[in-house]
Design a protein. Structure first.
Length: 351
């Protein structure tokens, strides 16, 4: 008599199909900009090539931009950028501060959400450029049983070169899959009360004692003016964040100045430029100023090197005497609580 064929072990797909609906996990995927894997020329060049080839970041025609980028800009820019990264590099972990801090944010947010939802939620993080890639982490969440994913770009203010390109990359990842998870994306949280409260608390910590700064500069990453004219809400949301922060602190309007940094290329960008404005403040007699970076959820090369080195030097060279940098919200408990509140609201109906 013929023996019945042995039954193969159920596949992970079959297991997911057979599992009761209530056991389906939900993934919360934090997304930040990215970082080179190392500070050497080729590592930085690979990172910059991916970053600056993104048409959300530089939207010139590819036939015009790519030869200029690959043959001219990337022949020399990786040297300067590599030096900037080396000046802030986390030598202990051999990685950029952005990667270290984003991992810490992920761990703390995971602890908060698991305390509330248990094993029904998985929290992970990815980078738009570099590693860990969006594609690899989406697959990892699916392997952990997540059939629903809340995608959380860590940008308080929406901008096409940040939030939109992060979402684009997520959708490109989904395009490769036969069975896509259900997905939600977190909207901009530039006015969220918990975010504003955490910003205000970080400022107040530096506004104590006798020698307090006379001005607070709220420095946001810049974008070309053309993007705003085409409908990007970024500039308006930055000004809204500054206004809400000023109101929460109970300050006069002129005590906080909104500026923009990190200009790249020859065209006109939103302003005033942070590096120019701090020099203006110094010449006006403001000997002690502080700078806060509300658009950055984690300290990175733009804050630790550009603000604390280049922009500080511009202030001191113009006659300023004391420059205080107020760190990004990073993994502060009040910041993580705010992110948890945003996530909890967007998870409504799923958990």
């Amino acid at each position: 008599m013929a023996q019945p064929a042995p039954q193969s072990a159920p596949s992970s797909l079959q297991t997911q199909c057979d599992a009761p609906a209530q056991s389906t996990k939900v993934g919360v995927l934090l997304a930040n900009l990215g970082t080179p894997d190392a500070t050497d020329y080729w590592s930085v060049r690979r990172y910059l090539s991916e970053f600056l080839s993104d048409q959300r970041v530089v939207d010139y025609p590819r036939w015009l931009w790519q030869p200029l980028l690959q043959l001219v800009i990337l022949s020399r820019r990786p040297f300067a950028s590599g030096e900037a990264y080396r000046s802030i590099w986390n030598e202990e972990r051999d990685e950029s501060p952005l990667l270290t801090i984003t991992r810490q944010q992920c761990d703390k947010l995971s602890a908060l959400l698991k305390a509330e939802y248990g094993e029904r939620v998985e929290v992970d993080f990815c980078m738009r450029y570099g590693n860990p890639s969006t594609d690899s982490v989406v697959r990892r969440l699916q392997e952990r049983g997540c059939q629903r994913i809340l995608f959380f770009p860590l940008y308080p203010q929406y901008a096409a070169p940040t939030t939109a390109t992060a979402c684009d990359q997520l959708f490109r990842s989904l395009m490769k899959q036969k069975w896509q998870p259900s997905v939600r994306t977190v909207p901009a949280y530039y006015a969220h009360p918990g975010y504003i409260e955490a910003l205000a608390a970080s400022v107040v910590e530096h506004w104590q004692g006798e020698d307090v700064p006379s001005r607070l500069v709220a420095s946001y990453h810049g974008v070309p003016k053309r993007y705003i004219k085409d409908g990007d809400p970024y500039e308006a949301q930055c000004h809204a964040t500054t206004r809400l922060l000023q109101q929460r602190l109970g300050w006069e309007e002129d005590r906080i100045v909104t500026t923009f940094q990190s200009k790249f290329g020859p065209e006109e960008w939103v302003g005033p430029a942070t590096i120019d404005q701090v020099a203006v403040l110094a010449r006006q007699g403001h000997k002690h100023i502080a700078v806060v970076s509300p658009a950055f959820s984690a300290d990175c090369v733009e804050t630790l090197e550009e603000i604390q080195q280049q922009i500080q030097e511009a202030f001191l060279a113009a006659g300023g005497e004391r420059f205080t940098y107020i760190a990004c919200l990073n993994d502060r408990d009040d910041h993580i609580a705010a992110l948890s509140d945003v996530a909890r609201n967007e998870l409504s109906g799923w958990l």
